[in-house]
Design a protein around this ligand. Structure first.
Ligand code: ADP
Length: 492
């Protein structure tokens, strides 16, 4: 049985901790991939020290050279795409098609960031004084901590590691407890790509122990976190006193607004894809459908039919459309929210329980669930469930739809289904989300386009795209006076 090891200072080191957890295939709990040792705080501190010691040389390595290593990692991800996709499906449960998609996104991100290494430019600025000018330089912070969740265990680490490296930072990477196998492979790929020792370190363990240790370590100058809002906000508050740079990508409660002039079949397929794709475990998943009264009966009838047709099963089976929930804790949490929806008086039209059938006995499968007549004050309309549960909120008109859609503490993504261009632009103007989609699912994004949310979803600079390096760099402003004599007059 594999025992996953930490990567510290360029060495693969098994943790001395006696605490372990098993890495289990959520589609078949009898299938064990390996054992995770929950590292100690002391070991986490060693990972930070290794990153700290490697920083000066890495910072002084020309950015295009750093980029070449990231480009090599992109090629290695491509060469190992199928193997990684298989591990991802076995470890996290998503379908193989979804895993391959995640790998493609990761490769694209790494390629994009490698290119950015040749554009790590500043600006030159004219001075008010003769024979003077100023320019800006982008510099790395130092050691950055990257704390990631289990739902995109390849793409999210890659979209943090690649820009952090290109910018010249050294890294302590702390993956989610439940997805160590993909994390190890990613680090192996960056190692094989030629990273010097200590530039990328990985520590496996519990968030409350090693995550807490690295986040609160004085040598860590920036933290990029993706995960739950509760943990992100706690982290943000904890480290504020140190003036550390923080980027948090947290929860979502993403709405689709369905207008009476929409293409109904498109709206249904897109909503189903957004709500049940990746088993509803994307931060961009559709969890609320805000539907105009006049067409609500038709919408509800069709989305329920579609939900009932979802082929549930092991993600490694090519027929499967929806895999299991990632682990027992999440599985119980999703079932708990289904109970809450019922108790709060929403009408459950399908699903609502563990999925049963051939081959489903040993996995964490939940039936796609649709609640109708949900009101915005209900907990299932407000709280992130992270499972295949859709809440339909019926509204009178567009204005009421916007009030319902924006009635959320979260603001990651959204979409509208309509053929009216005026409504589309009013929607874009009024919707309170960091990203929005027109006549397409709330999910999906591209490597060269910024990603992130507003309100309690996002803190700090956007990830990916033209803004990918913003979080990982500091700006230095340089004033140059080449008169060779004392300055005359004052600059204010
Ligand atoms: P999820 O519900 O997706 O597991 P979490 O926010 O709990 O979301 O976890 C996201 C990441 O944050 C994981 O890598 C987890 O181990 C880590 N984490 C959890 N608690 C803490 C903490 N107190 N400090 C730092 N990292 C943490």
């Amino acid at each position: 049985m594999t025992i996953y090891r930490n990567f510290i200072g360029g060495e693969w080191i098994e943790s001395a901790s006696p605490k372990t957890i098993e890495n289990i295939n959520p589609a078949n709990t009898g299938d064990r991939l390996g054992t995770i040792k929950l590292s100690t705080r002391d070991e986490a501190g060693k990972a930070v020290e290794a990153a700290y010691n490697a920083f000066k040389d890495w910072k002084n390595t020309p950015a295009p050279t750093r980029g070449k290593i990231v480009a090599r990692a992109a090629r290695l991800l491509e060469d190992n795409k199928e193997e990684l996709a298989q591990i991802l499906t076995r470890e996290e449960g998503k379908t193989l098609a979804e895993s391959r998609g995640e790998l493609s996104r990761s490769i694209n991100v790494a390629e994009f960031c490698a290119g950015e290494a040749r554009r790590l430019n500043g600006e030159t600025i004219q001075s008010e004084l003769p024979a003077n000018f100023a320019y800006t330089i982008k510099e790395p912070h130092g050691v950055v901590a990257l704390i990631t969740p289990w739902n995109f265990p390849v793409a999210i680490p890659v979209w943090k590691i690649a820009p952090a490296l290109v910018a010249g930072n050294t890294i302590v990477f702390k993956p989610a407890e439940s997805t160590p196998a993909t994390a190890v492979r990613i680090v192996e790929i960056f190692e094989e790509a030629g990273l010097p020792k200590g530039v990328l370190n990985m520590i496996l363990g519990a968030g409350a122990e090693v995550g807490d240790e690295i986040a609160n370590h004085p040598a860590v100058k920036a933290i990029s976190f993706t995960g739950s809002t509760a943990t992100g906000l706690k982290l943000y508050q904890q480290v504020a006193g140190r003036g550390v740079k923080v980027q948090c990508e947290m929860g979502g409660k993403n709405p689709v607004v369905v207008m009476e002039d929409c293409d109904m079949d498109l709206a249904i397929e897109s909503t189903a894809q957004g709500a049940f794709g990746s088993t509803g475990q994307r931060c961009t998943a559709t969890s609320r459908a805000v539907v105009i009264d006049k067409i609500a009966d038709e919408f509800v009838q069709k989305i329920v039919e579609r939900a009932k047709r979802m082929r549930i099963g092991d993600g490694s089976n090519s027929e499967t459309e929806m895999g299991p929930i990632v682990d027992e804790k999440q599985f119980r949490n999703v079932l708990k929210y289904i109970d809450i929806g019922r108790e709060d008086g929403a009408e459950m039209l399908c699903g609502g329980k563990r999925a049963e059938g051939d081959g489903l006995e040993n996995g964490y499968f939940v039936e796609p669930t649709v609640f109708d007549k949900v009101t915005p004050d209900m907990r299932i309309a407000q709280e992130e469930i992270f499972g295949p549960v859709l809440s339909v909120i019926r509204v009178k008109d567009f204005d009421e739809a916007m009030i319902a859609a924006n009635d959320s503490q979260y603001g990651l993504t959204s979409s509208i289904f309509t053929s009216d261009p005026n409504l589309i632009f009013r929607f874009v103007q009024e919707i309170e989300t960091g990203m929005t989609h027109i006549n397409s699912p709330t999910t999906g994004g591209e490597a060269h386009i910024p990603f992130g949310g507003v309100k309690l979803t996002g803190i700090g600079a956007r990830e990916q795209g033209s803004t990918a390096l913003d979080f990982y760099t500091e700006m230095k402003v340089v004033y140059v006076d080449y008169t060779g004599r004392k300055r005359e007059g004052n600059l204010y």
